[in-house]
Design a protein around this ligand. Structure first.
Ligand code: HEM
Length: 484
């Protein structure tokens, strides 16, 4: 370039680099220093962000310290960012605390978009696909039968089923990863679940997120953060022990995800371009699958039963459909096309209570735009899936529980249902979760009628508690066996 052309070129590239967010992007008043921290510290963040969308529109901004976030609240806008412009928004924010919980960004869920991340995701995706084709159906069937037996053993007593749902979902993942299942009373399982749950809930707390936006706070004592560090160390010790045990066990020859991943530690000779996983990658993949695949599915089952208590006629309709189509046999996943009402129920649950309500934050990896607004590189994008699923422009009477909506107009709104996100960051366990939801729900509603714990007690609260996972508040129920 001629020297006289270099200056405007430099100015142009600088201005592109430091361009502010589109000035037309609306958002609530941002306090000096604190920004919109008070909005972000609300107890049910998805509901709060959805309420803000009614005031500021389906795309608005929030500030947190020096970080700007853009909140997307309609399925059309979320699809534009995550699917149409996936290569602009496939990044994850770099943060101090995410690095701590993800072994320096080596999980799939929190790792930033890079060649290493793409290869890691590809390896895990194909290993998971192999397990899905080979054994997933029988693994879930076995757990569904076991879950029904556990419920029968309660003999009509009023109980909280959340732990049983967690054990069933967790056993699906531990069978796929290690070829192992655990009993509810297993100390090993309890320790691992307890530790993973604590990490998720501590990491979602505002005391800890504040450390990402306000680095000076890291110098002050912070008991929740110390607890998080302790739980991360405990998790790594427990998973490390599992991997070592697995390497010594009979399962290491094949069939499980861990065996597939361990093979990638040593690529075949001559495969120079093949991604070599490190032990940390294998370790963090197991963490990812256990966290991503346990509480999500369990929470959705728990929500389903809670909603069914409010609308008992829906469970009777599913039961009649199952009996009409299958007579007395248990369903297979291939029966789903003949069970439209059951599928409508599952879709309605995924819509009303998307268990990952704010997905996982994305990061713009280059300057781009969403809905015509300029979005500079490094902006954090929050897909508010809860808001999109309650968008009154798309869903008729969006706050009502109406499985029938998916049977009307040829299920026309299905395109607007995005509980698993989309694009490069689409939930890695979508296929696993869909088969689990179908088989677990079908088995439960075939074998049981769910009744309130007593006439005096109020029905379950349907607002829920939102952290990284959206859960229903604890409630008790009677699982009354159906006559077959
Ligand atoms: C990511 C939803 C079950 C593993 C996600 C995301 C959502 C989601 C919304 C974030 C997508 C984004 O960043 O845009 C759900 C729901 C589930 C479920 C609603 C059940 C009903 C599972 C299961 C597994 C799993 C069973 C494992 C077997 C993952 C992983 C990621 C992820 C590893 C990170 C993907 C990435 O960053 O590339 N999930 N999930 N999830 N999920 Fe799921």
């Amino acid at each position: 370039d001629k020297p006289e052309a270099a200056v405007p070129k430099l100015l142009h590239s600088l201005s592109k680099r430091f361009l502010p967010l589109s000035p037309t992007l609306p958002g609530p008043f941002s306090l000096p220093l604190l920004g919109n921290m008070l909005d972000l510290a609300q107890d049910h963040l998805p509901i709060h962000l959805t309420a803000l969308a009614h005031r500021y529109g389906n795309i608005y901004r929030l500030n947190c310290g020096s970080t700007t976030m853009v909140i997307l609240n309609s399925s059309e806008i979320i699809r534009e960012a995550l699917i149409k412009k996936w290569s602009d928004f496939a990044g994850r924010p770099h943060s101090y605390t995410a690095d701590i919980v993800s072994g320096g960004g080596r999980t799939i869920s929190l790792g930033d978009f890079s060649e290493e991340w793409k290869a890691h995701r590809r390896v895990v995706h194909s290993a998971l696909q192999r397990c899905t084709t080979d054994s997933l159906h029988s693994v879930i069937e076995k757990q569904a039968h076991h879950l029904c037996q556990v419920l029968r053993d309660y003999k009509g007593k009023a109980v909280d089923l959340s732990e049983d749902f967690t054990v069933a979902a967790s056993n699906v993942i531990t069978t796929l990863t290690f070829g192992k299942t655990y009993d509810k009373s297993s100390e090993e399982l309890q320790k691992l679940q307890d530790c993973l749950n604590k990490i998720v809930s501590l990491w979602g707390s505002p005391w800890i997120s504040a450390l990402d936006s306000f680095p000076l706070l890291r110098k002050l004592p912070n008991p929740p953060f110390s607890r998080l560090m302790k739980e991360v160390a405990r998790r790594d010790e427990l998973i490390g022990k599992h991997i070592e045990e697995f390497k010594r066990s009979d399962h290491k020859e094949g069939g499980t995800l861990t065996s597939s991943l361990l093979q990638c530690l040593e690529p075949p000779q001559g495969a120079a371009n093949q991604m070599t996983l490190t032990n940390t990658h294998v370790h963090m993949t197991i963490v990812d699958l256990l966290i991503g695949g346990t509480e999500t599915t369990a929470a959705l089952l728990n929500w389903t039963v809670a909603f069914l208590l409010h609308r008992p006629e829906v469970q009777n309709k599913v039961y009649e459909e199952l009996c009409g189509v299958l007579d007395v046999r248990y369903p297979q996943y291939s029966d789903r096309h003949r069970l439209p009402y059951l599928c409508a129920l599952i879709n309605e649950m995924l819509r009303l209570r998307p268990v990952a309500p704010l997905a996982v934050p994305h990061r713009a990896i280059r300057n781009s735009s969403i809905a015509g607004h300029f979005i500079p590189k490094n902006t954090i994008i929050i897909p508010n899936l809860y808001g999109a699923h309650h968008d009154p422009d798309v869903w008729n009477d969006p706050y009502s529980f109406k499985p029938e909506r998916f049977l009307e107009d040829g299920g026309g709104s299905l395109r607007a249902l995005i509980p698993f996100g989309g694009g490069a960051r689409l939930c890695l366990g979508e296929a696993v979760a869909k088969m689990e939801m179908f088989l677990f729900t079908a088995y439960l509603l075939r074998d049981f009628q769910f009744l309130p714990a007593s006439k005096e007690e109020p029905l379950p609260d349907l607002r829920g508690v939102a952290s990284v996972v959206l859960k229903v508040k604890p409630y008790a129920i009677i699982a009354h066996p159906r006559e077959q």
